[in-house]
Design a protein around this ligand. Structure first.
Ligand code: MD6
Ligand code: FE
Length: 203
């Protein structure tokens, strides 16, 4: 098995049936924790919508970025992480050399046509060593991966429904971005768009 060092893009890792199971689980989450579109600390609104499940959810507002137990709009606790998502994340972590991964949080991002996410590092988590497991569902999109510095050279990857990204080891802290979807490339989501689930051990 690979060492816990690398960035993995596991193409076509999930069968259609598993994709549908994960999608159904995500829909259940969205029913109790509706998608929201937060503001960045600058006051500018995010370009896409999101929600969470698990013990902790990632949120943003004028006072910054943080993890909390409560949905920022309903003020209810985020729903538990569905078993299918939790078990999948643990098994993907193991497969890529990360034996003690504890999924505390799953951020669910929905990108409609034209929606994107700029170059960033994931640094709200206390734990900067645990890998981040990312599941792509629905329309294909363009994922950009750089290095530890914002100015490092970047590479572009096409992510398709059922592909998995694992950012472990050094790559855990690499700059990255999502440049947008390629519309009408999947019929998994009936209204189109791309769902991205990122599962993390926050602490
Ligand atoms: C996305 N993903 O694919 C955005 N972050 O829509 C992320 O920002 C991300 O895929 C950390 C690790 C994996 C990711
Ligand atoms: Fe990220």
């Amino acid at each position: 098995m690979p060492a816990n060092k690398d960035f993995f893009l596991l193409k076509s890792k999930l069968t259609k049936v598993t994709q549908q199971e994960v999608l159904a689980a995500a829909r259940t989450v969205v029913r109790s924790a509706p998608l929201f579109r937060p503001s960045m600390p600058s006051g500018q609104s995010f370009n896409y919508s999101m929600t969470n499940c698990g013990d902790l959810g990632w949120v943003a507002d004028r006072s910054g970025y943080r993890y909390q137990q409560y949905h920022p709009e309903t003020r209810k606790r985020f729903p538990p992480m569905p078993q299918v998502i939790r078990e999948l994340a643990i098994s993907l972590a193991k497969e890529t050399g990360n034996d003690d991964f504890y999924p505390e949080s799953c951020l669910i991002n929905l990108y409609r046509k034209g929606e994107k996410l700029g170059l960033h590092q994931d640094n709200t988590e206390e734990n900067k060593n645990a890998p981040i497991i990312s599941i792509s569902l629905g329309d294909s999109g363009i994922f950009i991966l750089g290095g530890l510095m914002r100015t490092d050279e970047t590479k572009q990857y096409i992510v398709q429904s059922g592909d998995i990204i694992v950012m472990g080891g050094e790559s855990r802290n690499f700059f990255h971005a999502f440049k947008g979807t390629v519309p009408n490339t999947s019929n998994l989501l009936k209204d189109g768009g791309r769902l991205n689930l990122t599962i993390r051990q926050v602490n």
